[in-house]
Design a protein around this ligand. Sequence first.
Ligand code: ATP
Length: 264
Amino acid sequence: MLHIDHVSKLFNPGTVDEKIALMDANLTLNQGDFVTVIGSNGAGKSTLMNVISGVLRPDAGEVRIKDKTISGLPEYKRSQWIGRVFQDPMAGTAPQMTIEENLAMAYRRGKSRGLSFGISKGTKHLFREQLEKLGIGLENRTRAKVGLLSGGERQALSLLMATFTRPEILLLDEHTAALDPSRAELITSITETLVREMNLTTLMVTHNMEQAIRLGNRLIMMDKGRIILDVNAERKASLTVTELLREFEQISGTTLADDRVVLG
Ligand SMILES: Nc1ncnc2c1ncn2[C@@H]1O[C@H](COP(=O)(O)OP(=O)(O)OP(=O)(O)O)[C@@H](O)[C@H]1O
């Protein structure tokens, strides 16, 4: 489904500020894989997401989705295959537009029709149905400006928008990190439901070790631009946070330096 083959990305090469963000990274995701991603500060997690989504071009290597090479395609052309939710609740939605208009934008993503905002009755009905599934009452506020929603409500809407057209890949970039614990739990549970119901192939960066172990069917650990550990579902089922951190130390030779780490 998703193939990352020998991907490297250097920032400021040949200068004193040279930073290795990805170094010969390799990863294959199968259809329906839900993979959590952890790692130390600057390990390359966001760069990996940016290379997949097309925000960044790798210096070497190739990204393929369903055997189509997408490394050279710009971000907007990949958006029909890739849904993404960011840490910042302000990032995924247009605050001046209503919930309905934001959904219409997501609905049209990848379609060749123009940006006319006429929304048919049938489409409105579909939007309400989808919003209802979130279970937070947004279906009764379809005309509300998105800028007026709380952070948690916006992340729920962002998730819905990112998954609306059933993307081949869903990228979740610390999407619960800016929320308070109860809201983060709500968004996590909505994520689990959407991913399961649509069988979405998902990569989720998290600093919450307990969550990284509990969610999904695979866990990968990154360090210094490399994927240093790939844990399968069976192993994950009995893994503890202590064991995970010990494993990191053994492989990388250092302790996990993550200033945002949440142990559980
Ligand atoms: N635009 C950029 N210009 C220069 N260096 C960058 C840029 N983006 C990332 N880097 C560097 O590349 C490396 C990988 O960064 P990246 O943001 O991918 O790590 P991360 O694992 O997401 O880190 P964190 O968990 O701290 O957010 C770091 O050393 C970072 O400083």
